[in-house]
Structure formats: C-alpha cells, structure tokens
Design a protein around this ligand. Structure first.
Ligand code: 13P
Ligand code: SF4
Length: 306
C-alpha cells in the first residue's frame, strides 16, 4: 500500500514536472521521497534554483509562502493547508504596525517564520542559519526583531554592539525545554555534546556546546569527533542525523519535542496534493513584491560559504 502510494507520487511528479521539498522535521517517509531535505534557508534558496513547474512543499505554511513569493511563475503546493507555525501566528501586520509605531525610524528584521504580510513590512528577513550575520550586516544600530524572543536573545549575544528590541513570541516546541531537562539528560549521557536550536530559551543556550539551525546541526555532527549528541530541536531531525551518521548516537533532549504542524503531512496528503493540485499557495502581488524585497535583501546581505 505504502509502496503503491510512493509509486503513484513518483509517476505524478514526473508527469507534472514537480519537485518535492521537505523540511528536516518532516516524517521519515516524507524525507525519503523528497528531492531535497533541508533547513528553512536551504529550502528557500533551493526554491529559486529549481527548474520545474510545481513545487510540493512538505513543511509549514510560511515556508511554502516563501517559495511562492520567490517563484511566482511556479505552482507551489502545501499538501496540508492547516500546517501552520504557531510562532509565526504570534504577530500579524496590524500588531506589528502598532508596535513599530512606538519606535520611529527603527527597521524590522523578520525571522522567516512570519507571514508574507509581516515580511512585507520588514527591512530584511533572516533564518536561524544567518540571523546574527544579517543583524550585523544591516546598516542600523537599533532594530526591531520579530517574532522570536529567544532567537533575538541569541543574536544579542553574538552581536552585542547592536540594540535589538524583540517581539514577545516563541516556538512552543523549543520553548518547552528547560534547564532541568538539559541537566537530567547530561547526567544520563555524560559524554554527549549538547547541540540546540537558537529558538531554545536562553537558560538552555547557556548549557549548550553548540547552537545551530537544523542543517547546521547536521553539519556539526558530521564534522565533530564526538560520538554522542543530545539534540535540542524537533525530534524529526534525529532521523536525518542518524541516517547521515550511522556510527554516531543521537538522543533528544526531550522526547516530547514534536511540532504537530510538521507531522501532519503524510504520503497520502502528498499524493492528493499532486493529483488534485492542492493547496495552491499564492500571495497578493502588492504584498509579494514587498515581502520578496525583504527576503532577497537577506540573500544579498549574507552569502553562506556552502
Ligand atoms: P531551521 O531554519 O533551523 O530549519 O528551523 C525552522 C524552524 O521552524 C525551527 O523550528
Ligand atoms: Fe514553528 Fe516551532 Fe513548528 Fe518550527 S518547530 S514550525 S518554529 S512551531
């Protein structure tokens, strides 16, 4: 049955000239059928490079929206329309406009985990893979940072010379890890390196050996001589970490670190998406153009080495 579904997906993909992109948190079976698996920065860059008619985005809404903003001529499909990001939903254009009016002439840096409307009001975007570099590179001493207060705190540590005013948002999945979880896990695995995502609380960052985006964690695990790692991010990443490092051991800092939105996409929903061409993600043109400017400024301000 699963094999039948996979076969049908591959047939439709070929017939319709489609490409499947999957975020690192997706279910194992989705990662296995994807043409490319990566973090938000890699997926947004990939979306621009692709030569195809359709992108099936296995991730959450803002990711598919970013792909659509950058590729208006391609059809971007989000298999599960309710796959949202609760952190992105913690700010909208109305709230941002009201808040920003208290800080005249202070530009907004928006984490990509935001809606197109919020990006359209921002000077530049950033992801967890480049946030400190972007904040360092913008020609302003004082910025507003939305929506993640934990990521903002981490950036402040890396770029102390700038004044960063954060919005009070957070990711429920990463915010759930507390200092005690790290202490208990380290007692269980004393030789393991603690690797966490910058969406974690500052008290968790304090105890980490390394802080990185999801794909940054994969690169770190590959290059490290350590054999054991405690991973502080959505548990979906552990599948990729194990697959690409079969000689190393990875343990979640907390087993319940699951983003329900990242798990709703199934093989069945990918098949339905391709067969019935749904759900098409499109952004109104005036908002798209402004949001595109903020995303493209991110690409201009910081060019990663790999
Ligand atoms: P990455 O950009 O590190 O993949 O993270 C995206 C995300 O949603 C983290 O929760
Ligand atoms: Fe959003 Fe957090 Fe889920 Fe990432 S893990 S998509 S930030 S809710």
């Amino acid at each position: 049955m699963v094999n039948e579904t996979v076969k049908e997906i591959f047939e439709l993909k070929k017939q319709k000239n489609a490409v499947i992109l999957a975020h690192n948190y997706q279910r194992e079976e989705i990662q296995n059928i994807a043409d490319f698996v990566g973090d938000s920065l890699e997926l947004s860059r990939k979306a621009v490079e692709l030569e195809c008619d359709i992108i099936v985005f296995c991730g959450v809404h803002f990711m598919a929206e970013t792909a659509s903003i950058l590729n208006p001529e391609k059809t971007v499909l989000l298999p599960e329309i309710d796959a949202g990001c609760p952190m992105a939903d913690m700010i909208d254009a109305r709230k941002l406009t009201k808040w920003a009016s208290q800080f005249p002439d202070t530009p907004v840096i928006a984490y990509v985990n935001t809606t197109a409307e919020v990006k359209a009001l921002s000077y530049a975007c950033c992801t967890s893979a480049n946030a400190p570099e972007i904040v360092k590179a913008v020609p302003f001493e004082k910025i507003l940072f939305v929506p993640d207060k934990n990521l903002a705190d981490w950036v402040k540590r890396k770029v102390p010379e700038k004044e960063i005013i954060p919005w009070d948002g957070f990711c429920p999945t990463h915010h759930m890890i507390k200092k005690d979880d790290v202490i208990r896990s380290k007692e269980l695995y004393p030789n393991a390196l603690v690797v966490v995502h910058p969406e974690c609380r500052p008290e968790v960052i304090d105890l980490a050996d390394h802080v990185a985006s999801t794909s940054g964690m994969v690169r770190f695990a590959k290059s490290s001589s350590a054999k054991e790692f405690l991973i502080g991010t959505e548990t979906g990443l552990i599948y990729r970490l194990k697959k690409e490092n079969p000689d190393k051991n990875f343990y979640p800092l907390k087993k319940t670190m699951i983003c329900p939105n990242m798990k709703v996409t199934t093989l069945e929903s990918v098949l339905t998406a391709l067969r019935d061409m749904k759900h098409i993600i499109k952004v109104p043109e005036d908002i798209r153009l402004k949001a595109k400017e903020a995303i493209e400024r991110m690409f201009t301000l910081y060019k990663p080495k790999n």
